[in-house]
Write a protein that binds this ligand. Structure first.
Ligand code: SAH
Length: 397
């Protein structure tokens, strides 16, 4: 292994188990590591600190191990077993009502740069680093051991996430597939609701597993209500609302493909066009034309408005405008679920944007709950940056 030697006193964050080494902390590189190579990280006085994947860029090393040797043959198996144990402990794996969950949430599972989502036997992985991309063969083999006969396929969907600088051949496809499995989609259960997930054509790994608990919350508050689900993707919140007894649900997304899947999911769950309306449109334009009081539960779950720090101010303004529109339109005694999945927008900043939105409408608004990402999207306490999904449940009089 090549060596990365840190500047004096720059080992402190690693001693606190933070999983990244920033390039500014590096004094010397001994050897010529290629992107994705395993490297050892040492303090300025020569102490071994950790090992991880080398990368060119602001994050020089993503740490895989602080003590054990990640070159050991069973490293991936041990890490995936550990990840599965957490999902089992939370009642997510082996559940009859929920057959999909996130198995690996990057730094939250000690595997920086790796996402693996599990869809009833199909694992969809996304590498966000060259090191993880180059490890995909080993990861696939470890998944086969982990799930045994229960594994149907392993699909690599890294073309949009792996760094291009790495000069890697980025084509999505199956790393392994059982002889009896074909097609690019599967029907999963989430809290008993059925969803068709298509990883090859869908966004991210095919489904947004992070809203499971918040969807259940929507379901529990939908009885007798007219529900508007903005930025609905494949209709997660809509299905829960219908099952929860909503009198009518309108789902809006600008993606035609997503709306086709919404219709299929509505049908799969035994609901019809009498209760559900699909609208393929810009959600902001749609909301502008909604008459006041037309809906008494509105979900606002837009894509990340800020993908980096530089976009923060504009993003906060956009969250404020959008939520002000929703709060002003909801019927008296109505609920608004506001979400942000931008990692750079923290809880406090988002709450402030929603506060300004409420103030702008002049309506009495109460916060009933603060919403989060679920336990299969666990946050490494030494890497608070892993917390990205936040939401507020509002009651508007
Ligand atoms: N709530 C969804 C996830 C939302 S992801 C769920 O529970 O699964 C964000 C969605 O916003 C994507 O489906 C994307 O197609 C859609 N989108 C992005 N910009 C949009 C716009 N301006 N108007 C409507 N939908 C938009």
């Amino acid at each position: 292994m090549d060596k990365i030697i840190l500047k004096p006193r720059r080992e402190e964050s690693l001693l606190r188990f933070h999983p990244w080494v920033f390039s500014g902390a590096v004094a010397q590189i001994v050897g010529h590591p290629a992107e994705g190579d395993l490297v050892g990280v040492y303090s300025s006085d020569g102490r071994f600190l950790a090992s991880g994947h080398y990368q060119v860029g602001s994050i020089a090393v993503r740490i895989l191990s602080f003590d054990a040797d990640p070159t050991k043959a069973d490293f991936w198996e041990l890490m995936l077993e550990r990840a599965l144990r957490l999902r089992q402990a939370c009642g997510l794996a082996d559940s009859e009502q929920t057959t999909c969950y996130r198995l690996v949430h990057g730094e939250g599972d000690g595997l920086p740069g790796l996402i693996i989502d599990y869809y009833d036997g199909v694992c969809v992985m996304q590498a966000h680093s060259a090191g993880m991309f180059r490890s995909k063969g080993a990861i696939c083999a470890a998944l086969q051991k982990l799930y045994g006969d229960g594994l149907k396929a392993v699909y690599d969907k890294s073309s949009g996430t792996a760094p291009f600088k790495a000069g890697l051949d980025l084509v999505d496809g199956y790393l392994w597939r059982s002889d009896s499995f074909s097609g690019d989609s599967i029907t999963v259960l989430e809290n008993g609701c059925k969803f068709l997930v298509n990883w090859a054509d869908g966004q991210k790994t095919g489904f947004f597993l992070d809203q499971r608990e918040n969807r259940a919350r929507v379901g529990a508050l939908s009885k007798g209500r007219k529900v508007l689900n903005l930025f609905c993707y494949t209709g997660g919140f809509s299905i829960y609302a219908l099952r929860g007894g909503a009198v009518e649900v309108t789902s809006v997304d600008s993606s035609r493909r997503a709306m086709d899947l919404v219709d299929r999911n509505v049908e799969l769950n035994g609901f019809g066009a009498d209760k559900h309306h699909s609208v393929c449109a810009d959600a902001i334009d749609f909301l502008r034309d909604v008459p006041e009081g037309a809906y008494d539960l509105i979900i606002v779950d837009p894509p990340a408005f800020a993908k980096h720090r530089g976009a923060l101010r504009n993003a906060l303004r956009a969250y404020q405008r959008l939520n002000a529109a929703a709060i002003s339109k909801v019927a008296p005694g109505g609920f608004v679920f506001c979400f942000s999945c931008s990692q750079v927008v923290d809880k406090e900043a988002f709450a402030l944007a929603v506060f300004s939105a409420a103030a702008q409408t002049g309506r009495p608004v109460r916060i009933l709950d603060r919403l989060n990402q679920p336990s299969d999207h666990a946050v490494n306490i030494y890497h608070p940056e892993g917390e990205y999904l936040k939401g507020l449940l509002l009651y508007v009089e």
